[in-house]
Write a protein that binds this ligand. Sequence first.
Ligand code: UD1
Ligand code: CA
Length: 458
Amino acid sequence: MDADAIVLAAGDGKRLKSRLPKVLHHAAGRPLLGHVIAALAPLPLRRRVVVVSPRRDEIVAGLGGLADGIDFVVQEVPRGTGDAVRVGLDGIEEGAVLVTPGDTPLFETETLGALLEAHAASGAGATVLTADMPDPTGYGRVIRSGGDSIDRIVEHRDASPAELEVREINAGVYAFDVVLLREALGRIGTDNAQGEHYLGDVLGPIAASGRPVMAFKTGHEEVPGVNSRAQLAEAAAALRRRVALGWMSEGVTIVDPATTYIDAGVTIAADATILPFTFLEGTTTIGAGAEVGPQTRVVDSTIEEGASVTFSVVRGSSIGPGASVGPYASLRPGTRLERGARAGTFVETKNTTIGEGSKANHLAYLGDAEIGRGANVGAGSITCNWDGRDKHKTLIEDEAYIGSDTMLVAPVRVGKRAATGAGSVVRGEVPDEALAVGVPARIIEGKGNRMEPKEPRT
Ligand code: UD1
Ligand code: CA
């Protein structure tokens, strides 16, 4: 396909009343412009040009990895969509060009591809994506000249009462012959309600060149653009519905899609269950058979097969197979729960590994800690990892038993099958199999964890 793409993202977005550029406002975990770029990504396009305001660097940064492979060009002053396309055409010489707005996050790849194909097949000079909107307020109206041919587009603010009755609108997406487009852009003026160069005004000059100007009609669901905060919320809700439906069709149980918020960058394996009031954000991945929620927020984390997380907040963490979290746990970045481990009620962790089968069942803070296998951390125990200046590490070795309300003053190591007494304040080193009791703790050799391991040691 000999086509380039131009995305228009340089408008000032006044109607959002925001300090953030409009196209960086997020819906379903991605900037509006990011959704447009992602929809274009699978198409076999030559150049992908995004026309941005002089706040270019901010926009590129806000897109993160989605900016890869994109050419950004700056429209110094937002003189209208026609002017923005003129700027974007710099360096594009011939063939077809697909033009889309940057504030319409709902267009799907298939629709954009179908428009380009219809354009190529018909030999039109311009093909305009249109839709019959239940409420066309605010959109440019499509005035047809018979059959699939378009006479012109009239903007809402310039339309006559009769034209306002037209429900077929300009979706803002077009395929053009580049040579005809460039020529037509030189002929359009600013004699309209907004004093801007309207892109839709090129259709007259293109038709006058003898090549047809065609409408390509699609469903209205993908069309809504975001010009206000209310429209942002509506578009986000539509994206969320689409994401949830997609995962359900892949075999994921989502008990209540209406109260489940899954970002576009999340992946979920079949037979996972997502319970109501749950937020899966960023680059989170959920494994097969895992159960997440209700009332849980998971950000940039991995939840492996068969793990469960309930009424909790998990950020930048990884939860191993069959591990369990919550209710009311807060796992902060750098937490790793190995297979079958548990961070239970009112447990907070940070930069901590809880080894296979180890448990902190209730009321604990574990920061900068390394916990081996089969260990138990009693209620009320914490790592005192911060001495007012620096962070220090706590090591809890395999099958150690941390008694209730132990203060582990880091740097500290509790050896294998060692134990600490209730209320002890422990620093330094508790040797393997020893017991530490009291404040400050005394060491009693050989009196460590006397409990039989739950499973025979291998
Ligand atoms: C535009 C169309 C309208 C269509 C609607 C579909 C025009 C004049 N109107 O209206 O017919 O029904 O989209 O969503 O084209 N932009 C620039 N530079 C500018 C002005 C705008 O890059 O100088 C960008 C904006 O960032 C935005 C896009 O172009 O992403 C559309 O501009 P916007 O002001 O949102 O136009 P609408 O009023 O929505
Ligand atoms: Ca718009």
